[in-house]
Design a protein around this ligand. Structure first.
Ligand SMILES: [Cu+2]
Length: 497
Protein backbone atom coordinates (compact mmCIF):
# COMPACT_ATOMS: atom_id res chain seq x y z
CA UNK A 1 0.00 0.00 0.00
CA UNK A 2 1.47 3.36 -0.94
CA UNK A 3 1.21 6.42 1.23
CA UNK A 4 -1.54 8.07 -0.85
CA UNK A 5 -3.77 5.04 -0.35
CA UNK A 6 -3.06 4.89 3.33
CA UNK A 7 -3.83 8.55 3.93
CA UNK A 8 -6.99 8.31 1.84
CA UNK A 9 -8.11 5.32 3.86
CA UNK A 10 -7.40 7.24 7.08
CA UNK A 11 -9.52 10.11 5.84
CA UNK A 12 -12.41 7.86 4.87
CA UNK A 13 -12.29 6.25 8.27
CA UNK A 14 -12.56 9.63 9.91
CA UNK A 15 -15.25 10.79 7.51
CA UNK A 16 -17.36 7.84 8.57
CA UNK A 17 -17.77 9.33 12.02
CA UNK A 18 -19.36 12.50 13.28
CA UNK A 19 -15.85 13.72 13.96
CA UNK A 20 -15.58 15.24 10.51
CA UNK A 21 -17.95 18.00 11.57
CA UNK A 22 -15.45 19.15 14.13
CA UNK A 23 -12.70 20.08 11.66
CA UNK A 24 -14.01 23.60 11.53
CA UNK A 25 -11.09 25.38 13.12
CA UNK A 26 -8.55 26.60 10.59
CA UNK A 27 -5.52 24.52 11.22
CA UNK A 28 -2.34 23.28 9.64
CA UNK A 29 -3.07 19.82 10.97
CA UNK A 30 -4.85 17.76 8.36
CA UNK A 31 -6.69 14.54 8.82
CA UNK A 32 -3.85 12.40 7.52
CA UNK A 33 -1.21 13.78 9.87
CA UNK A 34 -0.54 11.80 12.99
CA UNK A 35 -1.81 13.30 16.23
CA UNK A 36 0.58 14.32 19.00
CA UNK A 37 -1.48 12.19 21.37
CA UNK A 38 -4.22 9.60 20.97
CA UNK A 39 -6.64 8.91 23.80
CA UNK A 40 -9.10 6.04 24.00
CA UNK A 41 -12.05 6.40 26.35
CA UNK A 42 -13.21 2.89 27.28
CA UNK A 43 -14.44 0.73 30.13
CA UNK A 44 -11.43 -1.21 31.37
CA UNK A 45 -10.40 -3.02 34.54
CA UNK A 46 -8.16 -1.11 36.93
CA UNK A 47 -6.20 -2.77 39.73
CA UNK A 48 -5.84 -0.55 42.81
CA UNK A 49 -4.40 -3.48 44.78
CA UNK A 50 -4.46 -7.23 44.08
CA UNK A 51 -7.69 -7.41 46.11
CA UNK A 52 -9.24 -4.22 44.77
CA UNK A 53 -9.99 -4.43 41.07
CA UNK A 54 -12.92 -2.86 39.30
CA UNK A 55 -14.11 -1.80 35.86
CA UNK A 56 -14.41 1.89 35.18
CA UNK A 57 -14.08 4.32 32.29
CA UNK A 58 -10.43 5.23 31.72
CA UNK A 59 -8.14 6.99 29.26
CA UNK A 60 -5.98 4.42 27.43
CA UNK A 61 -6.86 1.67 29.88
CA UNK A 62 -4.97 3.21 32.76
CA UNK A 63 -5.58 5.36 35.80
CA UNK A 64 -4.58 8.12 35.97
CA UNK A 65 -4.70 8.95 32.27
CA UNK A 66 -1.26 9.37 30.65
CA UNK A 67 0.68 12.54 31.46
CA UNK A 68 0.32 14.76 28.40
CA UNK A 69 3.19 17.19 27.90
CA UNK A 70 2.76 20.13 25.58
CA UNK A 71 4.88 23.14 24.67
CA UNK A 72 3.34 26.52 25.42
CA UNK A 73 2.08 28.20 22.26
CA UNK A 74 2.89 25.26 19.96
CA UNK A 75 -0.20 24.00 18.14
CA UNK A 76 -1.00 20.41 19.07
CA UNK A 77 -3.36 17.70 17.89
CA UNK A 78 -5.10 15.15 20.08
CA UNK A 79 -7.27 12.35 18.68
CA UNK A 80 -9.90 11.23 21.17
CA UNK A 81 -11.67 7.95 20.49
CA UNK A 82 -14.78 7.23 22.49
CA UNK A 83 -15.15 3.45 22.73
CA UNK A 84 -18.16 3.67 25.06
CA UNK A 85 -21.89 3.78 24.34
CA UNK A 86 -22.40 7.31 25.68
CA UNK A 87 -21.24 10.64 24.23
CA UNK A 88 -18.31 12.14 26.13
CA UNK A 89 -16.74 15.51 26.81
CA UNK A 90 -13.04 16.00 27.52
CA UNK A 91 -12.30 19.26 29.31
CA UNK A 92 -8.85 20.89 29.18
CA UNK A 93 -8.94 22.30 32.67
CA UNK A 94 -6.93 25.46 33.31
CA UNK A 95 -6.22 26.36 29.68
CA UNK A 96 -7.31 29.43 27.69
CA UNK A 97 -9.03 27.64 24.79
CA UNK A 98 -11.96 28.51 22.51
CA UNK A 99 -15.38 27.13 23.56
CA UNK A 100 -15.47 24.56 20.73
CA UNK A 101 -12.43 22.71 22.15
CA UNK A 102 -12.66 23.61 25.86
CA UNK A 103 -14.78 20.54 26.51
CA UNK A 104 -18.09 21.64 28.05
CA UNK A 105 -21.47 21.03 26.42
CA UNK A 106 -22.78 24.10 28.25
CA UNK A 107 -20.32 26.24 26.24
CA UNK A 108 -21.19 24.51 22.97
CA UNK A 109 -18.29 22.06 22.61
CA UNK A 110 -19.47 19.18 20.39
CA UNK A 111 -19.59 15.77 22.06
CA UNK A 112 -17.10 13.05 21.26
CA UNK A 113 -19.78 10.74 19.84
CA UNK A 114 -20.42 7.30 21.31
CA UNK A 115 -18.30 4.77 19.33
CA UNK A 116 -16.86 7.75 17.43
CA UNK A 117 -13.90 10.07 17.58
CA UNK A 118 -12.99 13.73 17.49
CA UNK A 119 -9.72 15.34 16.47
CA UNK A 120 -8.95 18.31 18.71
CA UNK A 121 -6.48 20.95 17.51
CA UNK A 122 -5.45 23.69 19.89
CA UNK A 123 -2.62 25.90 21.06
CA UNK A 124 -1.81 24.96 24.68
CA UNK A 125 -1.52 27.84 27.12
CA UNK A 126 -0.71 29.03 29.70
CA UNK A 127 2.39 27.14 30.82
CA UNK A 128 2.17 25.05 33.96
CA UNK A 129 0.41 22.11 35.60
CA UNK A 130 -3.07 21.56 34.10
CA UNK A 131 -5.35 18.55 33.74
CA UNK A 132 -7.85 16.87 31.49
CA UNK A 133 -11.00 15.21 32.68
CA UNK A 134 -14.51 14.33 31.58
CA UNK A 135 -17.04 17.12 31.79
CA UNK A 136 -20.10 14.87 31.60
CA UNK A 137 -22.82 15.25 34.17
CA UNK A 138 -23.31 12.17 36.31
CA UNK A 139 -26.29 13.17 38.50
CA UNK A 140 -27.35 9.98 40.31
CA UNK A 141 -25.21 7.68 38.08
CA UNK A 142 -22.10 7.03 40.13
CA UNK A 143 -20.42 5.22 37.20
CA UNK A 144 -20.43 8.38 35.10
CA UNK A 145 -18.66 11.74 35.08
CA UNK A 146 -15.64 12.11 37.26
CA UNK A 147 -16.72 9.22 39.51
CA UNK A 148 -15.08 7.19 36.72
CA UNK A 149 -11.35 7.11 36.01
CA UNK A 150 -11.40 9.92 33.44
CA UNK A 151 -8.73 12.19 34.90
CA UNK A 152 -5.17 12.79 33.76
CA UNK A 153 -2.39 15.34 34.29
CA UNK A 154 -1.20 17.88 31.71
CA UNK A 155 2.08 19.72 31.85
CA UNK A 156 2.59 22.67 29.51
CA UNK A 157 6.27 23.45 29.32
CA UNK A 158 7.10 27.15 29.45
CA UNK A 159 9.40 28.65 26.86
CA UNK A 160 11.96 29.10 29.62
CA UNK A 161 11.85 26.64 32.51
CA UNK A 162 13.05 28.15 35.77
CA UNK A 163 13.23 25.85 38.73
CA UNK A 164 15.60 24.66 41.36
CA UNK A 165 14.88 20.97 41.73
CA UNK A 166 16.39 17.60 40.83
CA UNK A 167 13.32 15.85 39.49
CA UNK A 168 9.54 15.94 39.17
CA UNK A 169 6.92 13.53 40.54
CA UNK A 170 3.26 13.77 39.53
CA UNK A 171 0.67 12.60 42.08
CA UNK A 172 -3.04 12.19 41.31
CA UNK A 173 -5.28 11.67 44.35
CA UNK A 174 -8.63 9.98 43.70
CA UNK A 175 -11.25 7.73 45.29
CA UNK A 176 -13.21 4.91 43.65
CA UNK A 177 -16.22 2.66 44.37
CA UNK A 178 -18.62 5.47 45.29
CA UNK A 179 -21.93 5.04 47.10
CA UNK A 180 -24.64 7.39 48.33
CA UNK A 181 -24.80 8.29 51.99
CA UNK A 182 -26.82 10.65 54.15
CA UNK A 183 -24.06 12.68 55.66
CA UNK A 184 -20.40 13.52 55.16
CA UNK A 185 -17.43 13.40 57.49
CA UNK A 186 -15.20 15.73 55.52
CA UNK A 187 -13.00 18.24 57.34
CA UNK A 188 -14.61 21.67 57.07
CA UNK A 189 -12.57 23.76 59.50
CA UNK A 190 -9.11 23.93 57.93
CA UNK A 191 -9.47 27.14 55.92
CA UNK A 192 -8.19 30.47 57.24
CA UNK A 193 -8.87 33.37 57.44
CA UNK A 194 -12.41 32.60 58.53
CA UNK A 195 -15.13 35.11 59.33
CA UNK A 196 -18.56 33.51 58.97
CA UNK A 197 -21.04 36.06 57.72
CA UNK A 198 -23.97 36.30 60.19
CA UNK A 199 -26.51 36.97 57.47
CA UNK A 200 -25.34 34.07 55.29
CA UNK A 201 -25.32 31.79 58.30
CA UNK A 202 -28.85 32.66 59.44
CA UNK A 203 -30.15 32.31 55.85
CA UNK A 204 -28.52 28.91 55.45
CA UNK A 205 -29.40 27.59 58.87
CA UNK A 206 -33.03 28.67 58.78
CA UNK A 207 -33.51 27.09 55.34
CA UNK A 208 -32.06 23.83 56.65
CA UNK A 209 -34.16 23.95 59.80
CA UNK A 210 -37.34 24.53 57.80
CA UNK A 211 -36.53 21.59 55.51
CA UNK A 212 -35.83 19.19 58.38
CA UNK A 213 -38.99 20.37 60.18
CA UNK A 214 -41.00 19.29 57.12
CA UNK A 215 -39.63 15.80 57.64
CA UNK A 216 -36.99 15.94 54.87
CA UNK A 217 -33.84 13.89 55.47
CA UNK A 218 -30.42 15.43 54.81
CA UNK A 219 -29.60 15.44 51.10
CA UNK A 220 -27.38 12.68 49.71
CA UNK A 221 -23.61 12.82 49.94
CA UNK A 222 -21.14 10.42 48.28
CA UNK A 223 -18.69 8.18 50.12
CA UNK A 224 -16.02 5.82 48.74
CA UNK A 225 -14.45 2.44 49.50
CA UNK A 226 -11.12 2.73 47.64
CA UNK A 227 -8.64 5.57 48.09
CA UNK A 228 -5.67 5.86 45.75
CA UNK A 229 -2.62 7.89 44.78
CA UNK A 230 -1.64 7.38 41.15
CA UNK A 231 -4.20 4.61 40.98
CA UNK A 232 -2.70 2.45 43.74
CA UNK A 233 -3.78 2.01 47.35
CA UNK A 234 -1.20 2.72 50.03
CA UNK A 235 1.34 -0.10 50.15
CA UNK A 236 0.44 -1.50 46.72
CA UNK A 237 2.24 0.82 44.32
CA UNK A 238 5.92 1.47 43.76
CA UNK A 239 7.38 3.67 46.50
CA UNK A 240 8.82 7.04 45.53
CA UNK A 241 12.56 6.32 45.83
CA UNK A 242 14.56 9.36 46.97
CA UNK A 243 18.11 10.19 48.01
CA UNK A 244 19.23 12.34 50.90
CA UNK A 245 19.72 15.94 49.81
CA UNK A 246 17.56 15.60 46.71
CA UNK A 247 15.03 18.31 45.90
CA UNK A 248 11.88 16.71 44.52
CA UNK A 249 9.22 18.83 42.83
CA UNK A 250 5.82 17.25 43.53
CA UNK A 251 2.95 18.16 41.22
CA UNK A 252 -0.12 17.17 43.26
CA UNK A 253 -3.58 17.01 41.69
CA UNK A 254 -6.83 16.35 43.51
CA UNK A 255 -8.64 14.27 40.87
CA UNK A 256 -11.61 13.52 43.13
CA UNK A 257 -15.18 13.95 41.95
CA UNK A 258 -16.34 15.28 45.30
CA UNK A 259 -13.74 15.19 48.09
CA UNK A 260 -11.33 17.70 49.55
CA UNK A 261 -7.91 16.10 50.15
CA UNK A 262 -4.95 16.82 52.39
CA UNK A 263 -1.38 15.56 52.09
CA UNK A 264 1.56 15.46 54.51
CA UNK A 265 5.00 13.84 54.51
CA UNK A 266 6.15 13.34 58.13
CA UNK A 267 9.38 15.15 58.99
CA UNK A 268 9.34 17.21 55.79
CA UNK A 269 7.87 20.48 54.57
CA UNK A 270 6.51 21.55 51.21
CA UNK A 271 7.87 24.71 49.64
CA UNK A 272 4.95 25.73 47.47
CA UNK A 273 6.10 27.13 44.12
CA UNK A 274 2.84 27.12 42.16
CA UNK A 275 -0.92 26.88 42.78
CA UNK A 276 -3.06 25.51 39.93
CA UNK A 277 0.12 25.55 37.85
CA UNK A 278 0.73 29.28 38.25
CA UNK A 279 3.90 30.47 40.07
CA UNK A 280 3.13 32.12 43.44
CA UNK A 281 4.71 35.42 44.62
CA UNK A 282 5.70 34.00 48.04
CA UNK A 283 7.35 30.56 48.16
CA UNK A 284 6.02 29.69 51.63
CA UNK A 285 6.88 26.40 53.37
CA UNK A 286 3.98 24.43 54.81
CA UNK A 287 3.69 21.07 56.62
CA UNK A 288 0.37 20.11 54.99
CA UNK A 289 -1.28 20.65 51.59
CA UNK A 290 -5.05 21.02 51.24
CA UNK A 291 -6.70 20.71 47.83
CA UNK A 292 -10.31 21.02 46.73
CA UNK A 293 -11.44 19.02 43.69
CA UNK A 294 -9.32 19.84 40.59
CA UNK A 295 -6.92 22.06 42.55
CA UNK A 296 -3.20 21.55 42.02
CA UNK A 297 -0.21 22.33 44.20
CA UNK A 298 3.37 22.21 42.94
CA UNK A 299 5.82 22.07 45.84
CA UNK A 300 9.50 21.28 46.34
CA UNK A 301 10.42 18.90 49.16
CA UNK A 302 14.02 18.81 50.28
CA UNK A 303 14.79 15.23 51.27
CA UNK A 304 16.60 15.64 54.56
CA UNK A 305 15.00 13.16 56.95
CA UNK A 306 16.10 9.65 55.91
CA UNK A 307 13.65 6.85 56.53
CA UNK A 308 10.68 5.10 55.00
CA UNK A 309 7.64 7.36 55.26
CA UNK A 310 3.94 7.37 54.45
CA UNK A 311 3.04 10.46 52.45
CA UNK A 312 -0.68 10.55 53.03
CA UNK A 313 -3.98 12.17 53.82
CA UNK A 314 -4.57 13.48 57.34
CA UNK A 315 -7.89 11.58 57.57
CA UNK A 316 -6.94 8.30 59.31
CA UNK A 317 -9.84 6.37 57.83
CA UNK A 318 -9.10 7.48 54.27
CA UNK A 319 -5.39 6.71 54.67
CA UNK A 320 -6.27 3.28 56.09
CA UNK A 321 -8.33 2.69 52.94
CA UNK A 322 -5.44 3.61 50.67
CA UNK A 323 -4.93 7.40 50.46
CA UNK A 324 -1.16 7.42 50.72
CA UNK A 325 2.10 6.53 49.01
CA UNK A 326 5.42 5.34 50.45
CA UNK A 327 8.51 7.57 50.22
CA UNK A 328 11.66 5.49 50.65
CA UNK A 329 15.19 6.87 51.04
CA UNK A 330 18.06 4.98 49.43
CA UNK A 331 19.59 2.54 51.91
CA UNK A 332 16.60 2.66 54.29
CA UNK A 333 14.22 -0.19 54.90
CA UNK A 334 11.41 -1.26 57.18
CA UNK A 335 7.75 -0.50 57.58
CA UNK A 336 6.65 2.91 56.34
CA UNK A 337 6.05 5.35 59.20
CA UNK A 338 3.20 7.83 59.55
CA UNK A 339 3.33 10.66 62.08
CA UNK A 340 0.30 12.85 62.56
CA UNK A 341 1.20 16.47 61.82
CA UNK A 342 0.18 19.28 64.19
CA UNK A 343 -3.13 20.93 63.29
CA UNK A 344 -2.56 23.26 60.38
CA UNK A 345 -4.78 25.81 58.66
CA UNK A 346 -4.62 26.34 54.91
CA UNK A 347 -4.37 29.97 53.89
CA UNK A 348 -4.09 30.92 50.21
CA UNK A 349 -2.96 34.41 51.25
CA UNK A 350 0.28 33.00 52.63
CA UNK A 351 1.43 32.53 49.01
CA UNK A 352 0.33 36.00 47.85
CA UNK A 353 2.05 39.38 47.83
CA UNK A 354 2.72 40.75 51.32
CA UNK A 355 1.12 43.87 52.82
CA UNK A 356 -1.72 44.21 50.35
CA UNK A 357 -4.45 46.77 50.94
CA UNK A 358 -7.90 46.93 49.36
CA UNK A 359 -6.72 49.86 47.21
CA UNK A 360 -4.02 47.72 45.55
CA UNK A 361 -6.33 46.01 43.09
CA UNK A 362 -8.75 47.85 40.85
CA UNK A 363 -11.57 46.47 38.75
CA UNK A 364 -14.11 47.78 36.25
CA UNK A 365 -17.28 45.96 37.23
CA UNK A 366 -18.49 43.74 40.03
CA UNK A 367 -20.59 40.58 39.79
CA UNK A 368 -22.40 39.43 42.95
CA UNK A 369 -23.05 35.71 43.30
CA UNK A 370 -24.78 34.08 46.27
CA UNK A 371 -24.61 30.29 46.59
CA UNK A 372 -27.42 28.43 48.37
CA UNK A 373 -28.58 24.89 49.07
CA UNK A 374 -32.14 23.54 48.88
CA UNK A 375 -31.86 20.54 51.14
CA UNK A 376 -32.85 17.22 49.47
CA UNK A 377 -35.01 19.16 46.99
CA UNK A 378 -34.12 17.12 43.88
CA UNK A 379 -35.20 13.49 44.48
CA UNK A 380 -33.33 13.41 47.76
CA UNK A 381 -30.29 15.22 46.35
CA UNK A 382 -29.50 18.76 47.41
CA UNK A 383 -30.31 21.35 44.79
CA UNK A 384 -27.85 24.22 44.41
CA UNK A 385 -28.55 27.73 43.26
CA UNK A 386 -26.56 30.80 42.21
CA UNK A 387 -28.56 33.96 42.93
CA UNK A 388 -31.63 31.76 43.37
CA UNK A 389 -31.30 30.01 39.99
CA UNK A 390 -30.43 26.34 39.55
CA UNK A 391 -28.76 25.52 36.20
CA UNK A 392 -30.92 23.06 34.18
CA UNK A 393 -30.40 19.40 35.05
CA UNK A 394 -29.97 18.52 31.37
CA UNK A 395 -26.45 18.86 29.99
CA UNK A 396 -27.19 21.83 27.76
CA UNK A 397 -26.53 25.48 27.00
CA UNK A 398 -28.73 27.74 29.09
CA UNK A 399 -29.26 31.48 28.65
CA UNK A 400 -26.10 33.26 29.82
CA UNK A 401 -26.69 35.05 33.11
CA UNK A 402 -23.85 37.58 32.89
CA UNK A 403 -22.59 39.56 29.91
CA UNK A 404 -18.90 40.43 29.71
CA UNK A 405 -17.15 43.13 27.71
CA UNK A 406 -13.80 42.15 26.28
CA UNK A 407 -10.86 43.79 28.02
CA UNK A 408 -12.67 44.67 31.24
CA UNK A 409 -11.53 43.47 34.62
CA UNK A 410 -14.34 41.88 36.61
CA UNK A 411 -14.54 41.25 40.33
CA UNK A 412 -16.74 38.36 41.37
CA UNK A 413 -18.00 38.63 44.94
CA UNK A 414 -18.93 35.13 46.05
CA UNK A 415 -21.21 34.71 49.08
CA UNK A 416 -21.67 31.17 50.35
CA UNK A 417 -24.98 30.74 52.20
CA UNK A 418 -24.26 27.03 52.86
CA UNK A 419 -22.09 25.25 55.40
CA UNK A 420 -20.21 23.29 52.67
CA UNK A 421 -16.87 24.27 51.21
CA UNK A 422 -17.18 24.86 47.45
CA UNK A 423 -14.21 24.54 45.07
CA UNK A 424 -15.31 27.16 42.54
CA UNK A 425 -14.00 26.92 38.96
CA UNK A 426 -13.97 29.42 36.09
CA UNK A 427 -13.45 27.99 32.60
CA UNK A 428 -11.12 29.38 29.91
CA UNK A 429 -9.64 32.10 32.17
CA UNK A 430 -7.49 32.40 35.28
CA UNK A 431 -8.47 34.61 38.20
CA UNK A 432 -6.63 36.43 40.94
CA UNK A 433 -7.64 36.06 44.58
CA UNK A 434 -8.37 39.58 45.85
CA UNK A 435 -10.20 39.08 49.15
CA UNK A 436 -10.80 36.15 51.48
CA UNK A 437 -13.10 36.42 54.49
CA UNK A 438 -12.74 40.19 54.46
CA UNK A 439 -8.95 40.32 54.06
CA UNK A 440 -7.41 41.76 50.89
CA UNK A 441 -4.79 39.78 48.97
CA UNK A 442 -3.20 39.75 45.53
CA UNK A 443 -0.80 37.85 43.32
CA UNK A 444 -2.28 34.33 43.66
CA UNK A 445 -3.54 33.24 40.23
CA UNK A 446 -5.80 30.19 40.12
CA UNK A 447 -8.64 28.50 38.28
CA UNK A 448 -10.27 26.81 41.30
CA UNK A 449 -10.68 28.30 44.77
CA UNK A 450 -12.29 26.83 47.87
CA UNK A 451 -14.90 29.11 49.42
CA UNK A 452 -15.58 28.16 53.05
CA UNK A 453 -18.97 27.64 54.69
CA UNK A 454 -20.83 30.94 55.26
CA UNK A 455 -17.76 32.80 53.97
CA UNK A 456 -17.20 35.48 51.39
CA UNK A 457 -14.41 35.55 48.83
CA UNK A 458 -13.55 37.78 45.89
CA UNK A 459 -11.76 36.94 42.67
CA UNK A 460 -10.83 39.17 39.73
CA UNK A 461 -10.47 38.13 36.13
CA UNK A 462 -9.86 39.95 32.87
CA UNK A 463 -12.35 39.18 30.12
CA UNK A 464 -9.68 38.38 27.52
CA UNK A 465 -10.95 35.17 25.90
CA UNK A 466 -14.26 35.81 24.10
CA UNK A 467 -16.88 33.07 23.99
CA UNK A 468 -19.24 31.29 26.33
CA UNK A 469 -17.60 30.73 29.70
CA UNK A 470 -18.80 28.32 32.35
CA UNK A 471 -18.54 29.08 36.07
CA UNK A 472 -19.34 26.27 38.47
CA UNK A 473 -18.64 24.41 41.65
CA UNK A 474 -16.24 21.55 40.81
CA UNK A 475 -17.85 19.19 43.34
CA UNK A 476 -19.63 16.76 40.97
CA UNK A 477 -22.75 16.45 43.14
CA UNK A 478 -23.05 20.22 43.31
CA UNK A 479 -22.39 21.03 39.63
CA UNK A 480 -24.75 18.28 38.49
CA UNK A 481 -27.58 19.60 40.68
CA UNK A 482 -27.67 23.25 39.66
CA UNK A 483 -24.40 24.84 40.82
CA UNK A 484 -23.38 26.36 37.44
CA UNK A 485 -23.85 29.56 35.55
CA UNK A 486 -22.80 30.78 32.12
CA UNK A 487 -21.13 34.06 31.07
CA UNK A 488 -21.03 35.35 27.53
CA UNK A 489 -19.23 38.21 25.84
CA UNK A 490 -21.18 41.05 24.27
CA UNK A 491 -19.81 43.81 22.02
CA UNK A 492 -19.13 47.15 23.69
CA UNK A 493 -21.02 50.25 22.58
CA UNK A 494 -18.03 51.49 20.58
CA UNK A 495 -17.76 48.16 18.76
CA UNK A 496 -21.42 48.38 17.75
CA UNK A 497 -21.01 51.84 16.25
CU1 LIG B 1 -19.99 22.99 45.71
Amino acid sequence: MNSTQSSRRAFLKLAGTAAVTTFLRPSLASADQPADYTLHIAVTPVEFSPKHILSTITYNGQFPGPLLRFKEGQQSTVDVFNDTDAPEQLHWHGQFLPPDVDGATEEGTPFIPARGMRRIVFTPRPAGFRLYHTHNRAAADLNAGQYSGQVGPVYIEPKHEAGNYDREVFLVLKEFQPSLSRGGDMAMDFLTPSAPDKQLQSTGESAMKASLAKGMPHGYEVGYDFFTINGRMLGHGDPIYVKSGERVLFHVLNGSATEIRSLALPGHTFKVVALDGNPVPALAEVPVLWLGTAERVSAVVEMKNPGVWVMGDLADDDRAHGMGIVVEYAGQRGKAQWLKPKPFHWNYMRFGKPNVTAADTKFDEQIHLTFAKNNAAENGFNQWTINGVAYPMEQMMAAPSFHLHEGKRYRILMRNASDDIHPIHLHRHSFELTRIAGQPTSGVIKDVVMVGGYQEAEIDFVANNPGLTLFHCHQQLHMDFGFMTLFDYVPTRSELR
